[in-house]
Design a protein around this ligand. Sequence first.
Ligand SMILES: O=C(O)CCC(=O)C1=CC=C[C@@H](O)[C@@H]1C(=O)O
Ligand SMILES: [Mg+2]
Length: 353
Amino acid sequence: MVFSQPSGRNKQSLFGTSDDRKKPMPTFRLQPKSPPPPSMPTADELLDTAKVVALGMHTRFRGVRVREALVFQGPAGWGEFAPFVEYDDAEAKLWLAAGIEAAYLGAPEPTRDSVRVNATVPAVPAADVAALIARYPGVDTVKVKVAEPGQSLDDDVARVAAARELVENVRIDANGGWTVPEAIEAIAAIGEVEYVEQPCRTAEELAEVRKAVSVPIAADESIRRSGDPMRVAQLGAADVAVLKVAPLGGMRALLNLAHTLPMDVVVSSALDTAVGIAAGVNAAAALPNLHRACGLGTGELFTRDVAPSFRIERGVVKPRRVEPGIDLPLASPERTQWWHDRLRRCHAELVRR
Ligand SMILES: O=C(O)CCC(=O)C1=CC=C[C@@H](O)[C@@H]1C(=O)O
Ligand SMILES: [Mg+2]
């Protein structure tokens, strides 16, 4: 597989271009007049510069206590390969495509020089919310996790109330944890929010909840894990699309999808290291329209990152180049081997496409 060199707005990715937005799903093709394209990097080339890191977290987040990631360097910068450990190769290969895009093609053309971010509050006790939000100077939006297994609706109501006391705009994320009746009951108990992200598991359930409540509904897993991101739009299941660079296969794939979806988008992290966050910030900075705060402040959840976290000032972050340091918190030799093997399998799947 080959792809073209970066060349202004017509840069191409493994999965599409940022300005050829009529296509419903990104496709790979060459530009006839561009300079001879470099080869797709081999797995050996990627592994030559690869570092596998294990980053501690302040609080457990989506069941993760230690975030593992593989980062590698290419001619355009650093890329990240960090699909969650339970994902199979068919899903994980998109994350590799995103990392290769960042390291070998670089960022799409920006349309803005800063991106508004939200604070992210894991399913912590209400008493801990203020200290978490304090890590996000100047933000006007907080995303609060709800529907955590083992917790009650009262816990959710208390956590959201604690966030509301500090920040004007609150959104909640249930990660598909409610049934339709539970979602309707919980939304009534929690009250006014900016939106409810993925209240239930399926797009059909999201559509049902959306009909029954007045608060906006956002789709996350129904887009990034469904195999058919347009289904949410066809079913009228959401008002907002939460888009993540790595699960969608790259910055340009995200831009293509944002262009095609008939709704507001929010760019969010996939619990990325600073390398992956850079790709998220670059994608958000390249969107022609962006009206809501983005979930790109998750560097604050790590005790240590591969490079200094994106500094949040007055509620915004700015695109920047990220260079991992030399003194990294490396994973064990066994885990490193596991990630190398996984990268080789995903690379083989990408080449086979
Ligand atoms: O959107 C945010 O504020 C931060 C990112 C975030 O919440 C997530 C990142 C990674 C995995 C997910 O479980 C989670 C989400 O569901 O949106
Ligand atoms: Mg979510």
